[in-house]
Ligand binder design. Structure first.
Ligand code: SOE
Length: 387
């Protein structure tokens, strides 16, 4: 496809996600045939020295400490919101009003109300928008979706079982980073990683109809943040502060199509680093996936001949597989960062065509509705209908 346009990106935020996003903006056009050239124009953050050093390290042309200036800059086409959750709504709404295409990190916002305002803003402005649920674009997950749609698991799905387990806050001495403060993060493990497996459930199986969940904060107080380090590699200070979010959540639920859901998300599973495991059982077969072995998809077919049945292990690296053909020859595996490259490549295609791209802000809103239903269920100890 001939490259006819240049799309200039302004990205707000430069920590963990900022790093993943910068890499993806740079790589997307090198591996995917895009109808536009992407320019890493302006990187924005609160601290002048930190944002300038990130600009140089991550390869951006300019640095700014004022997100409004970036959003209003007429030369910018795309605003990438990679900031902590409490600022998503304000920045994304302003970006949409300024006519920019908007890509926003998950969770979309702190509340359903904020998500609704964001959906409203992008619809009114008619701008292309996307929430960054990057795991949808793991080749094995995209393949799972194709297989389910093609009926390879049968015409009924019975079970969606998903676990997202990490261990980075198991140590009670790990400091009170922003992800552990409800004012900034909204919720804890719930909005941060349960949101991902809720999204994968919606992507692979369908809409949730009702949920029954329970949430727990195991460590109620932690050392406040020290002077050095940030994010997942933060260092502790001397005083103690209150943890105001959940540490873990577990739930059962129902999908509108009759399938049952069983989900667990925790940051308290020693040894589990970024362990996303899924199993989907249908009337003709099953699929199983583990992110820590993300190039593989396990597939069981009930109609294999008797005596030969068993899970087959598909190495999802071939040209016939989603996204994989744009990288390396079969068997030359890819990793976490590639999921962002795939996401951004699809987003750029959509921006040029002026067409919607999944997952949209409406998906972010539906995800938040599921999150809030689970919170309500945990508080009331009752089943709660979604939406
Ligand atoms: C931290 O738990 C985190 O970086 C999440 O915020 C991401 O969404 C997840 O993909 C990896 O873990």
């Amino acid at each position: 496809m001939p490259t006819s346009r240049t799309l200039r990106v302004g990205m707000i935020g430069y920590n963990f996600m900022g790093k993943a996003h910068s890499n993806a903006w740079r790589q997307a056009g090198r591996f995917f045939d895009l109808p536009a050239t992407i320019e890493l124009a302006t990187l924005c953050g609160r601290s002048r020295s930190a944002v300038e050093s990130a600009r140089d390290r991550l390869g951006w042309a300019k640095a700014s400490t004022d997100w409004r200036e970036v959003v209003e800059d007429p030369s910018i086409d795309i605003i990438d919101v990679s900031t902590p959750n409490d600022t998503h709504a304000e920045i994304a709404i302003a970006a949409a009003r300024a006519g920019k295409a908007v890509l926003c990190e998950k969770p979309l916002a702190l509340t359903v109300k904020e998500c609704e305002a964001m959906v409203d803003a992008v619809k009114k402005a008619g701008v292309v928008h996307m929430i960054c649920h990057n795991y949808r674009r793991i080749p094995a997950i995209a393949l799972a979706r194709q297989m389910i749609e093609a009926g390879e698991l049968g015409d009924r799905i019975y079970h969606y079982r998903a676990r997202y387990a990490q261990d980075w806050i198991t140590d009670p001495e790990f400091p009170l980073v922003w992800r552990l403060q409800s004012k900034i993060a909204g919720s804890g493990t719930h909005g941060d990683i349960n949101a991902h497996i809720i999204d994968l459930g919606r992507y692979l199986v369908g809409e949730f109809s009702e949920v029954c969940g329970t949430m727990e904060t195991f460590i109620k107080q932690r050392p406040v943040l020290g002077a050095t380090g940030s994010g997942l590699s933060a260092k502790k200070g001397k005083k103690l502060g209150r943890v105001t979010v959940d540490d873990a959540v577990t739930l059962i639920g129902r999908f509108r199509n009759g399938a049952l859901a069983n989900l667990e998300a925790t940051r308290f599973a020693y040894g589990r680093k970024n362990h996303i495991t899924l199993e989907i059982n249908g009337s003709k077969g099953s699929l199983a996936f583990n992110f820590e072995d993300m190039n593989r998809l396990q597939f069981f077919r009930a109609d294999d001949p008797e005596g030969r049945r068993g899970f087959r292990d598909i190495l999802v690296t071939e040209g016939a597989h989603p996204y994989a053909g744009s990288w390396w020859p079969p068997g030359h595996i890819i990793g976490y960062e590639h999921t962002f490259v795939h996401t951004f490549a699809d987003f750029v295609q959509a921006v040029v065509k002026g067409k919607p791209v999944q997952p949209t802000f409406v998906d972010g809103l539906r995800n938040q509705q599921v999150l809030e239903a689970i919170e309500q269920s945990s508080r009331s100890r009752q089943w709660v209908r979604v939406g």
